[in-house]
Write a protein that binds this ligand. Structure first.
Ligand code: DHB
Length: 311
């Protein structure tokens, strides 16, 4: 069975990856991602310098998913760039995704310049959708600002790059965002980041479960799958064919992976469930995806990718 997937000119053995933020913040976890059977991996969204992130508890698991308000804890951009260059040099022909999430436009441009001037041959992910830094609204919900960030980026940036988007909930927003994204030579969009600023509460204690932001945090897991699939589908049907879609949200089993692919995703990322299960999940998801494809008589992802039927 052929699970080959593509983004830009890159080919991956299968479509599975981690979602940025999960299993990718330090060398030990990144090494586990490299050793896992996932098709690729993305590094933790980086800021120019090391960040401690928000105070704990800042991550909480519940049966239907997760809530987090990490606040961009990361080892600093140089670590993730160096790790990525070392990975590509040790694994000829393979590349990873390098995620950046500057706190300001200037920080993003500073990191993009470093990537542009480096030996990095992989794909950059510009994160426009971190919901967890107090006082910093998500760029992806400000259409004019998004256009400005992309305009400034493509004035000099010459390497493959995609954007991580927040979920949208209105058809007018799908239309408006897609028309902005279609003006730029992006390789992909990644739908979706967590559903921002949900609230999970402990009924016995009558209190929130996260310390930062009075308990408000990004929701992931089963709660968000219908929103994720809608965003994948909405952008797949609106974007230029040169812009791929990466699907992220609510993937717990092989059927969920199949659904993202059916909506048009090229790669499918796993966040909450990877955090719960560890990198062993990739072997299970590959087995389950092959089972669904087998039942349906599909031999390659291209047999069904994007072919969701309307009624
Ligand atoms: C964090 C959360 C996100 O959803 C994101 O895109 C980037 C960073 C965080 O809280 O660390």
């Amino acid at each position: 069975m052929n699970l080959t997937s593509r983004i830009a000119t890159y080919e991956f053995e299968n479509p599975l990856m981690n979602a940025s933020g999960v299993w990718c913040d330090d060398a030990e976890k990144l090494n586990e991602m490299v050793q896992s059977p996932s098709g690729s991996f993305v590094t933790k969204s980086a800021t120019p310098n090391f960040r401690e992130g928000n105070p704990s508890p800042r991550y909480f698991e519940v049966p239907l998913g997760t809530i987090n308000s990490m606040g961009l804890p990361n080892l600093g951009f140089d670590f993730y760039l160096d790790y990525s260059i070392r990975f590509q040099n040790e694994n000829p022909g393979q590349v990873n995704f390098l995620s950046i999430a500057g706190m300001t436009l200037e920080e993003n441009l500073e990191m993009l310049h470093k990537i542009n001037d480096s030996e990095f041959k992989g794909i950059t992910e510009l994160n426009l959708s971190c919901p967890n830094v107090p006082g910093k609204p998500q760029v992806g919900y400000d259409f004019e600002r998004t256009k400005e960030v992309l305009t400034k980026t493509f004035e000099f940036f010459k390497k493959p790059i995609g954007v991580k988007l927040p979920p949208y909930f209105d058809i007018a927003h799908f239309d408006e965002m897609a028309s902005i994204l279609n003006q730029f030579p992006l390789q992909y969009v990644n739908c979706i980041n967590s559903v921002g600023n949900g609230l999970y509460i402990d009924i016995d204690k009558e209190e929130v479960v996260l310390k930062p932001k009075d308990g408000f945090g990004g929701i992931g897991g089963a709660y968000v799958k219908p929103t994720a699939l809608a965003n994948v589908r909405a952008f797949y049907t609106r974007l230029n064919k040169s812009i791929s879609v990466i699907g992220c949200g609510g993937v717990e089993n092989g059927r969920d992976v199949f659904e993202h692919l059916l909506c048009g995703a090229q790669m499918v990322q796993v966040g909450s469930q990877l955090a719960k299960e560890g990198t062993g999940i990739f072997e299970r998801l590959l087995k389950e995806l092959k089972e669904v494809m087998n039942e349906k008589g599909y031999e390659s992802i291209e047999d069904f990718r994007g072919k969701l039927k309307s009624i």
